[in-house]
Design a protein around this ligand. Structure first.
Ligand code: SAH
Length: 204
């Protein structure tokens, strides 16, 4: 799986090593375990999916691109799902916060992550569109679900110099990189096309 991700263009060796280290089959139901290492998104219930390995690696690579190979400090993920991307992030960042709006998936992520004994992940149940103002600012924010725009609350919770990577759009989606350059200034770069489940408000 990791060789394929590298072949698709992910170069960051720290990200590739993190992908190598996290057992993806532990994040899918046992009936799908044989498909865990193909480069595809897979169902995790509640109409949601575990993201495709390539896009998980790519988003983390983009997040890390201005750290000069160093470690990210505090990162936030919106859309924990089954917890896979949070596990990968935990190997490249000091502190990982992840929010999920669907209660049974929040519980599933807890169950999936428990045996891996990862000390630096904090899972939150709530509406990720609001971010986590009580722990902000973040050096990096990743959205694992696509909205029509990136919520202002998340932009406000970025560190100056921090990066946010998010899929944006409805049927046609693109990956966007937002960098906060000053208190009131953000730059926006459109990267490749992608396909994610929708970002939705509120909790269920
Ligand atoms: N990060 C996961 C991907 C899960 S799919 C992985 O490692 O594969 C995206 C998730 O985003 C879904 O579980 C969905 O319920 C969640 N989501 C959508 N809108 C959200 C919101 N406003 N707040 C938190 N989670 C949200």
């Amino acid at each position: 799986m990791v060789a394929r991700v590298a072949k698709q263009g992910v170069r960051d060796s720290k990200v590739l090593a993190a992908m190598e280290a996290v057992p993806r089959h532990m994040f899918v139901e046992s009936g799908l375990a044989s498909q865990a290492y193909i480069d595809a998104s897979l169902p995790i219930g509640h109409h949601q999916t575990i993201s495709q390995p390539y896009i998980v690696a790519r988003m983390i690579e983009i997040l890390r691109a201005n750290t000069n190979g160093g470690e990210l400090n505090r990162v936030l993920e919106i859309g924990t799902g089954c917890g896979y991307q949070a596990a990968v992030l935990s190997l490249v960042a000091k502190e990982v916060y992840s929010i999920e709006r669907i209660k049974p998936l929040h519980e599933l992520a807890k169950t999936n992550l428990r045996p891996l004994r990862i000390a630096n992940i904090r899972l939150h149940y709530g509406d990720g569109m609001l971010g986590l103002p009580q722990v902000a600012p973040f050096d990096g924010i990743i959205l694992a679900a696509a909205g029509l725009q990136v919520p202002q609350a998340l932009l406000d919770q970025m560190n100056i110099g921090g990066r946010l990577v998010a899929p944006v759009g409805e049927r046609h989606q693109v990956l966007q990189l937002i960098e906060r350059v000053s208190k009131f200034e953000w730059t926006n770069t459109t990267l490749e096309e992608c396909h994610f489940v929708p970002l939705r408000p509120g909790t269920v």
